[in-house]
Design a protein around this ligand. Structure first.
Ligand SMILES: [Zn+2]
Length: 204
């Protein structure tokens, strides 16, 4: 993706990375992941969120872009407010009320007729041509859809288990879908992105 002339809104910058230590705590009769110094807002629906800074508006501090990495906060903002992953503006087509969505197979799972799950945010109509042109993966494998509505489904998370040292953690799985109602996984998950379910999908 080094051919980008503009850095997409959701792409992470080097200095946005946060490496605060995580550990397991015993709470409500089970282990759950937490930060060594927990804060309000660390969890969403019982799942620990990966901490990142948002320095996109601070070019002097943010460092170089990490083209293969998404910023968790901006990715979630895009999903929650239906913002374009390239420009960060509203993605919904004001004329039709439908949301244009570029998808690649690796970031999409069909869940039924005309619906499926993805962690890729929408792309507004004016950014679709640029995204197709500048991202080789979208150019080769991308499909364009419009979507009627979305619902939040869960997160993409890394899963951890307690180590031999009770405070230690061992990574057991990466980028696994954890649904909001899959409670048995919540305590071992560290969320890196939100996953939404797309409804009323129409292929363009
Ligand atoms: Zn856009």
């Amino acid at each position: 993706m080094s051919g980008y002339t503009t850095v997409p809104y959701t792409i992470a910058y080097a200095n946005e990375e946060v490496t605060d230590p995580i550990l397991f705590e015993w709470r409500n009769h089970e282990y759950r992941l937490t930060y060594a110094r927990s804060r309000r807002g660390d969890w969403l629906h019982g799942i620990l969120l990966g901490r990142v800074r948002d320095l996109r508006d601070k070019p002097e501090r943010r460092g170089p872009e990490r083209m293969r990495k998404l910023n968790r906060r901006r990715q979630q903002r895009c999903m929650g407010r239906l913002l374009c992953q390239v420009c960060g503006g509203p993605a919904t087509d004001p004329d039709t009320g439908r949301i244009p969505w570029l998808l690649v197979e690796s970031a999409f799972e069909e869940t039924g007729e005309a619906c499926g799950r993805t962690n890729a945010p929408p792309t507004c109509w004016s950014c679709v041509p640029k995204a197709m042109e500048e991202c080789p993966m979208l150019r080769e494998k991308g499909t364009l859809w419009t979507v009627a509505s979305i619902t939040s489904a869960g997160v993409l998370a890394d899963l951890y288990a307690p180590g031999i040292d009770p405070l230690g953690v061992v990574l057991t799985d990466e980028k696994v879908f954890v649904a909001w109602d899959a409670h048995r996984y919540h305590g071992s998950a560290l969320a890196g992105a939100e996953v939404v379910e797309l409804h009323g999908m129409v292929r363009m």
